[in-house]
Design a protein around this ligand. Structure first.
Ligand SMILES: Cc1cc2nc3c(=O)[nH]c(=O)nc-3n(C[C@H](O)[C@H](O)[C@H](O)COP(=O)(O)OP(=O)(O)OC[C@H]3O[C@@H](n4cnc5c(N)ncnc54)[C@H](O)[C@@H]3O)c2cc1C
Length: 406
């Protein structure tokens, strides 16, 4: 082994978690964290929540101050994109032309936005939301607009919708799927979230197909649908999802399939290259299928796991996936993965706005979605981790103490 140490590509949540864990656990070698965004690594979730609402400023988003990296001897190379990796020669190339060598390489390149493939998508007044730079541009644009069209009914679009409504905007959500939060939430929760927005005057159009974004003098005017309807807009936010950024891995010949394929120790198909976070796809031992997760929990936990593997541990990655979303005064927390469920059971008071939906497949508990019910969420994570399924009757009975099952 040389003294090149570990190079981590991507300074998002997974990359920083890897670097921090390496140091916390006493890794003595060189650690370099390379990211193509400017400035210090920051938290992404508040971009569509506190930051967009103007409650947090930019400094609050910063994960660690500059002294932290010096103190822990993490070499931060920000504002530089890695443009190629050579697994045979243990080297990579930065967009500056500089070559770095490594003993171990970690890919935490995250996700990239899906673009809306229609005419006018590049007009002035059309925004996307993934990075701090994009969030700043969107927040600044809000000051003098009235009508906002949000294209996409997923988490980012809905969180931004809540922020727009709080700022007094008229909002219309144009959603390609038949319900909000397709694939991400049960039908019950999707309906509940729709009712929250509609109660605040948000117009929601499901099952639509956008034909074009019309512009006047280069600036957005309205969004035209394939059915001929148009929706006037001062600005448009496109939130139609992301795809894994596996560009580097693919070009380097690593096995990829909707993400960089990794094993239970976060190792890719190439020796000494590991991956974690949004960009990685792996077989989840609790669900027995390949998954790729877009969540902070997974990015942070998998980053820690990469570090553990690099330090010689051999524990398989088996963390229960969990996720949250804040919209208005509602906190949605999801434990587990509900895909393929055949039964939804409500626990709690849907009318009162505090309840959970237990999602089962063939009587096995797959996931629990909690609305303003954090205690349900915490216990559900433990139940799923331990593969314990309450009966549907027990789950629905608020007097039954789920803790008794543990
Ligand atoms: C607005 C918003 C709100 C969200 N809210 C929530 C939430 O409430 N709860 C939740 O669980 N999740 C949320 N998420 C998802 C969560 O932020 C992601 O799952 C998480 O950021 C993934 O971390 P990551 O490190 O894998 O990837 P990323 O955070 O995408 O970081 C990857 C980094 O690598 C960089 N990079 C890529 N390629 C290269 C290269 N070749 N060279 C150098 N750098 C490169 C990218 O620019 C990026 O900075 C939200 C996401 C967004 C955008």
């Amino acid at each position: 082994m040389s003294d090149a140490g570990i190079v981590i590509v991507g300074s998002g949540h997974a990359g920083l978690s890897t670097a921090e864990t390496l140091r916390r656990r006493g890794y003595p070698g060189r650690v370099r964290l390379v990211g193509d965004e400017a400035g210090l690594p920051y938290q992404r979730p508040p971009l569509s929540k506190q930051f967009l609402k103007g409650e947090w400023d930019e400094t609050r988003l910063i994960q660690r101050n500059a002294e932290f990296y010096v103190k822990h001897d993490i070499e931060l190379i920000q504002g530089h994109r890695v443009i190629g990796v050579d697994p045979d020669h243990y080297s990579l190339e930065l967009d500056s032309g500089e070559q770095l060598t490594w003993d171990k390489l970690v890919l935490t390149t995250g996700s990239r936005l899906k673009r809306l493939p229609v005419p006018g998508e590049g007009a002035e007044g059309v925004y996307y939301l993934r990075t701090l730079a994009q969030a700043k541009a969107l927040r600044a644009a809000l000051t003098d607009v009235t009508r906002v069209v949000v294209i996409g009914g997923g988490f980012i679009g809905l969180e931004a919708t809540a922020a727009f409504v709080d700022a007094g905007k008229q909002v219309c959500v144009l959603n390609g799927a038949d319900t909000l939060l397709p694939r991400a939430a049960s039908a019950l929760v999707a309906r509940y979230m729709a009712s929250l927005h509609q109660a605040r005057g948000v117009q929601i159009e499901n099952g639509i197909a956008v034909a074009a974004i019309n512009a006047h003098n280069g600036r957005v005017l309205d969004v035209a649908l394939q059915d001929g309807r148009t929706f006037p807009a001062d600005i448009v936010l496109v939130g139609i999802g992301v795809e894994p950024d596996a560009t580097l891995a693919e070009a380097a010949g690593l096995k990829c399939k909707d993400g960089v394929l990794i094993d239970e120790l976060c190792r890719t198909s190439a020796p000494d290259i590991l991956a974690a976070g949004d960009c990685a796809r792996f077989r989840h031992p609790l669900y027995h299928r390949l998954v790729r997760l877009e969540s902070i929990q997974n990015a942070i936990e998998q980053g820690k796991h990469v570090a553990a593997t690099l330090l010689g541990d051999s524990e398989p990655y088996a963390a229960v996936p969990w996720f949250w979303s804040d919209q208005y005064d509602t906190k949605l927390q999801i434990a587990g993965l509900a895909d393929g469920h055949d039964l939804e059971v409500i626990r709690g008071d849907e009318q009162g706005g505090s309840f959970s939906v237990f999602c089962y497949a063939r009587r096995r508990l797959l996931a629990v979605e909690s609305i303003n019910a954090p205690a349900d969420h915490m216990i559900s994570r433990r139940l799923i981790q331990s593969a314990i399924s309450p009966t549907a009757d027990d789950a629905a009975n608020p007097n039954f103490n789920l803790r008794d099952l543990l």
